[in-house]
Design a binder for this molecule. Structure first.
Ligand code: PEP
Length: 252
């Protein structure tokens, strides 16, 4: 059966010292509170702090992920970080297709597909973000937007490779805005996503796929959001506070 996942996306925040303090706090809180066995915590810091956070993760029960990856193999691509490098650091997850990357760095569905391929090749689970912008929601196009993102970014994978994928539905109008989708809005679109996966790969694969919600998720609304097709959250702002992050994970 699918796993509950609460993944923290630190984005471009924190000094090295701040990252050290936050990870230490997460570790201490995990020593005090036992998460349910089926709930996995994933911490996604900026690239320069991956090793620091990974060192803590070897003592604690959480996984580490990157926030981005190159679509290319190693070589002359200044400033890029390859999936092979992430694999060599034993990272297990990597976010792909976040709306901020789509909006500010031109990450298209085709680029998402290429990055997903790199990650799969190097045994890293992609956390693939999909979601509509406000105008698309207002025009009632959220279902088709998300379907297109899935078809063009992911549905080229074999069923076996798709099993590695985690999906994060993040309505763009809810990210960092304090506006959260209602539990009904989240549930409706998660069920739609699971239905599309079932059509493409069969019900068993769909039932095993973790589909997270992201967008102003916090301890006060996590419990009502995580139900029944919503298998956890991709958490931005609230993941920068250890207590909020752990409280969200304890919401199941
Ligand atoms: C995100 O960036 O993926 C996100 C969900 O951010 P926030 O929780 O701050 O809305």
């Amino acid at each position: 059966m699918r796993q509950h996942i609460v993944a923290g996306n630190w984005k471009m925040n924190m000094s090295f010292e701040g990252a050290d303090d936050l990870t230490n706090e997460i570790k201490e809180m995990l020593e005090e509170h036992t998460l349910p066995k089926e709930t996995l915590l994933v911490v996604c810091p900026p690239f320069p702090y991956l090793e620091l956070v990974s060192d803590y993760s070897s003592e604690s029960y959480f996984a580490v992920g990157a926030q981005n990856v190159s679509d290319r193999d190693n070589g002359a691509f200044t400033g890029e970080v390859s999936a092979e490098m992430l694999e060599s650091m034993e990272l297990e997850y990597c976010i792909v297709g976040h709306s901020e990357r789509r909006a500010y760095y031109g990450e298209t569905n085709a680029l998402v597909a290429a990055k997903v391929n790199q990650l799969i090749k190097h045994d890293i689970s992609p956390i693939v973000c999909v979601g509509e912008v406000l105008e698309e929601r207002e025009a009632g196009k959220q279902f088709e937007v998300v379907a297109q993102q899935l078809v063009e970014g992911l549905f080229h994978l074999s069923a076996n490779d798709f099993r590695r994928v985690v999906i994060a539905y993040e309505p763009v109008w809810a990210i960092g805005t304090g506006k959260t989708a209602t539990p009904e809005q989240a549930q409706e679109i998660h069920a739609h996503i699971r239905g599309l996966i079932a059509k493409q790969y069969g019900q068993e694969v769909a039932d095993d796929t973790s589909i997270l919600y992201g967008g102003s998720c916090k301890p006060s609304n996590a419990k009502e959001l995580f139900d029944p097709d919503v298998d956890g959250g991709l958490i931005g702002g609230a993941s920068l506070k250890a207590k909020d992050f752990i409280d969200i994970a304890l919401s199941f």
